[in-house]
Ligand binder design. Structure first.
Ligand SMILES: Cc1cc2nc3c(=O)[nH]c(=O)nc-3n(C[C@H](O)[C@H](O)[C@H](O)COP(=O)(O)OP(=O)(O)OC[C@H]3O[C@@H](n4cnc5c(N)ncnc54)[C@H](O)[C@@H]3O)c2cc1C
Length: 381
């Protein structure tokens, strides 16, 4: 959509979408906290992407400040919320934003063709489309593909475009889950008594990658903003068949010494831990579950333990239910302007490429920056 906006100022543009509407995943993203982008900008923002070199130019060219201005010009004001995430002003619904974008595109004579499914390339590398059973060939000077990753297929982003690109010699990396929950072999009583409860203000560490935030206990394991950024590390360990352990610190703002001092020399019973350390039942249940009896009953050992509860990660949640995916078009196939090396009039952008970023507005920002960059490169040709 952002590419169409820029290109339509100088070119004739048509968007083809297989669904009956545009931006289904954009609307899904808007259902929870709608992080349009993040308050980080410039190189700090670019550093959130893996691989960073691939995103540096598009982000430096069109970062979060530019995206917020683009929304503001559409009449969508934004504000910086918790942990730097940027949201639309309260009361603005995601569908309203999408409609404003579509209205702008219409005013700029962008044609939107629905129910058009891309099915591959013909022998001249023109585009084959299926429109309600009818086969069409689309011929244009430039093609920009933004077909999405492979999660939440109900939105239309099913990753099934991969074979069409393989057929024209483009290498595709298999899709994998990113920004997803982790499977843990919980004891039954954790699920029975604590499913759905949040573990607030914890820090989590996987093989040296550590951050603070919140996780929620689910019937399969853990999910949440402290988990998602650890997924690349967990994925890497699991792929090498190595043990993936998440180490939780239930008191990240206090050192062991602080906590020992707080307790002093008083003899305390484990029944008082909740009151003394300000722990809820679910926190105590997890700590108890991952401690020996001796560790739980000795106050000093308990204090040491709450700073590092090690939990084994069995696997990642499925691709389908992940917030985003990695895999897709191999970045080695691309020029720096997102055109394919083998077919320079074909551009590919967004989640269909093999890059990664955490949640917090970085995914949409990445997709928008790439769209803007690809379109700008075509406009300047
Ligand atoms: C639950 C959830 C919450 C999220 N929340 C946020 C958030 O708050 N902030 C954030 O930054 N990101 C969020 N994301 C991620 C973000 O929505 C995606 O990264 C982003 O939408 C990717 O944009 P895209 O343009 O690459 O692909 P998509 O938005 O997936 O769009 C791809 C489009 O291509 C169409 N298409 C696919 N195949 C074909 C075909 N063969 N022919 C024609 N059309 C086709 C699809 O129907 C779809 O409309 C969330 C994702 C999920 C699932």
């Amino acid at each position: 959509m952002i590419a169409a906006d820029l290109l339509s100022k100088v070119n004739t543009v048509t968007i083809y979408e297989k669904n009956a509407t545009l931006g289904k995943k954009y609307l899904v993203a808007g259902k929870g906290g709608f992080n349009l982008t993040n308050s980080l900008d410039g190189i700090e923002l670019a550093n959130k992407y893996t691989p960073v070199e691939f995103m540096e130019n598009p982000i430096l060219d069109f970062g979060s400040g530019s995206l917020r201005k683009w929304y503001s010009d559409l009449g969508i004001e934004t504000f910086v919320g918790t942990s730097g995430r940027i949201f639309p002003t309260k009361g603005i619904k995601p569908a309203e934003i999408l409609n404003k974008i579509k209205e702008k595109l219409k005013l700029q004579n962008v044609k939107i063709e629905y129910h058009h499914k891309f099915t591959g390339f013909d022998e001249n590398f023109n585009i084959k489309m299926n429109f309600k059973g009818e086969h069409k060939i689309i011929i244009a000077d430039y093609y920009i593909f933004a077909l999405g990753g492979s999660s939440w297929s109900v939105t239309g982003s099913d990753g099934k475009w991969d074979k069409c690109f393989r057929e024209i010699g483009v290498n595709i990396i298999p899709f994998e889950s990113s920004n997803c929950g982790i499977n843990i072999n919980w004891d039954n009583h954790i699920v029975e008594n604590h499913e759905g409860k949040p573990l607030k203000n914890i820090s989590a560490n996987v093989a040296g990658t550590k951050l603070k935030g919140e996780a929620v206990i689910t019937n399969y394991g853990l999910e949440g903003n402290v988990i998602y950024p650890l997924i690349p590390k967990v994925r890497e360990l699991l792929k090498k068949n190595e043990k993936a352990e998440i180490v939780i610190d239930f008191k990240p703002d206090n050192s062991v010494d602080d906590l020992i001092k707080k307790v002093g020399k008083a003899k305390i019973s484990s029944k008082d831990y909740g009151k003394i350390f300000n722990f809820k039942r679910e926190q105590l249940a997890l700590i108890k579950n991952y401690s020996t009896k001796e560790e739980y009953l000795s106050t000093e050992l308990f204090i040491r333990k709450i700073k590092k509860i090690s939990i084994n990660v069995e696997s990642l949640r499925s691709i389908e239910e992940s917030i985003s995916t990695v895999g897709g078009i191999d970045l080695k196939e691309l020029n720096s302007n997102f055109s394919l090396k083998k077919h320079p009039n074909i551009y590919t952008i967004g989640e269909m490429l093999d890059w990664d970023a955490p949640t917090g507005g970085f995914l949409l920002q990445g997709a928008f920056s790439m769209g803007h960059y690809a379109a700008k490169s075509i406009v300047s040709l």
